[in-house]
Structures are given as C-alpha cells and as structure tokens.
Design a protein around this ligand. Sequence first.
Ligand SMILES: [Fe+2]
Length: 390
Amino acid sequence: MPIYHQLGEVPRKRHVAFRKEDGGIHYEELVGNKGFTGPSSLLYHLRLPTAVKSVEALRGLAWAGEPERVLRHRHFRTATLATGPSPVLDRVPLLFNSDVALSMARPEKEDDFFYRNGQGDEVVFVAEGEGTLESSFGEVPFRAGDYVVIPRGVLHRWRLAAGPFRFLVIESAGYVRTPKRYRNEHGQLTEMAPFSERDVRRPTRLETRDETGDFPVVVKSGNRLVEMVMAHHPFDVVGWDGYYYPWAFSIHDFEPRVGRVHLPPPVHQTFEGDGFVVCSFCPRPYDFGPEAVPAPYSHQNVMSDEVLFYANSEFMSRKGIEYGSITLHPDGLPHGPQPGRTEDSIGAKGTDELAVMVDTFRPLLVSREALPLEDEGYPLSWLEGSGEGR
Ligand SMILES: [Fe+2]
C-alpha cells in the first residue's frame, strides 16, 4: 500500500545503532516483497526476530479440484458451510487457480499461535464478526464489511471479539494493490478514485511485548505449514516505518459510481492482483436516465471467470441467490440477468445489494469441498419460468 506510515519509535536514520535504555541495541528487520526493491517496512525489535527454539513440519496443503473441469454456470450455497475453529488453519477451499485462491473461514476460537503466510497476500473480507487483527505492526480493528489486507510475511493473529464470524479469504500469489488507474505517478489515489487514503485504516496501537518463553508461529510457504517456536513474544517491536503493513478498508467506504445509463463492472473495482481483480457492489441509486436499463446486459467475457460472493440476499440481476451464495460464471459462456430482472430494473430507484466480485483471467478450479454445496439447477435458471426461487 503506497502510503508511508510510522508507528512507535524509530531511529533518526535507518541502519544505525538504535540504543535501548540499558545500552543494548534494538534489532532491525526489513519486511517486504520483491527482495529489497518492492514495498517494505523497517521494524525495530527488542530481540532477534530470527530466534527460534524448534522447527517442526506440520502438514501439506495441496488443494484438490473436481476430477474434471466442468463448463457450466455454478452456484454454491456456503451459508451453512461448517469450517473449523481456527481463523487461519481451518479455511475451506472453494475456488482456485495459480494466481488466486478463495476459501471460507467461520472461526469460533482464537488461535494460541501466531501465523505468517509466506507465500501469498491475503485479502480477508469480513462478512460477519468484529475484532482486532494484531500484528508486529500494531493492531487493525475490523468489523463486518471490512477487507483486511495482510501482505505476505506479516506475522499476525486474529483476535475475535463479537461473533459469529464469516471470512471470505482471497489469497493472492501476486502483490495486492489498489488499481493503478486510481493512482497518480506518485502513488497517491486521485480525485477520480472511489476511495481515498482516509479510508485506508492503518495499524494504530502498537503494544511492545517484552516476554520470553515458548511462542509458536505457524508459517505457510510452498503449500506447506511449518511450526516454529520462538524464544520470545514475536510482537516485541518498539517502532517501525515504511510502506508495508496490514490495513483495512470497509466496503461501506467505497463510493459507488452511477451514470445516466449502465456503467460496466470496472467502476466497482477495489483491488488488483496478478491475474485477478476484486470489485465491490454496494448499495446505490440506479442509473438515472429516463430510458436507462439499470440491470447489466448479458456479457460473454472470454478469458475471464467471474465469481460473486453475495454478502446479503439481494442482487439486482440475479434470482435464487441467498446470503453466502457464491456464483461462478466461467469464461466461454455468456451470462447476465435472469428472466424478468431486466424488465424489473427499468424505472426502479436503487439497490441495497452488497457483493464482492473476483474476476480472474485464468480459469478457476472448483474444490472438492465446494461440490456438495452446489445448486445443480443453477445452469438452467435463465430459462423462462425456471429461475424463480432457486
Ligand atoms: Fe458478469
């Protein structure tokens, strides 16, 4: 995220001796991506961030897709999906390719370990729940409607306050950022962007933990989990600065665009990654032209798979979906409003829809875990008289 931020105490210059009161030094650590040239931050620890007592391989995380790729419109009902207690280890895979993976977590219990995803950036959409993401960079409070962005390598733990919790986890092989066209040549979000830096919630409170003992950290890398037990509390940072840290952005702070006639989905774009984009469909007035058709036209976007997660039960162009539904409209097939939706939209004033869209440029695979959730009738729901109620 290209906004410089500083929290706590940092020395006057980087890479110089930063003394503690007892005459010892703080230990500097660079955390970032793309080696020493990508976005990064410098953290100052009380103890060495490398001090581990033990290293133990836990398990592999190979995701299995359905045996053969099925080409048809898909609808998965995830509302009652049971996951497991952990916010990070019990995520149920749903859709994936080599660029991006979608999974769901419905955590019930805080982890007694810390977590670091070393292989991907995470965008966690909080459909339900409230709490705090704690990290070496400080705390990011979260609530329903937030996208919590956790760049790879950020050591963190989810503190769960008010549940129930439902997270849609978007894990990206590439660096997640705001769309380039929203930023000027200096990286600042322009006046044309549908949100601004004020909407980006950076870490606030930094509590320095000066504790020794056994502190397990689970690290994900190369589709494997490893547990490292650190000899001290990993949140021993007294200060940091830079451009790399976890942050949150609320879908309710996205300023939707409305036109005289229909505007295409890119106006809803919120993030970009390598090989995919994330868009936010928010409550908004409909297009205001007297002859406007607010519902989208059917579209056949070959070379793009479209995934929608419905964060409430309303969606302007779709029948038969419910809260927690996930639709997948794969490339090679047209899709659009179901029977009656286009006509119904004419003259309507607005929508209360809330949905997260992930468009990928490579085909997605459906996980084995998603198959039992599938609404088998969905591919035929565009037939006159058959879409209702599914
Ligand atoms: Fe679409």
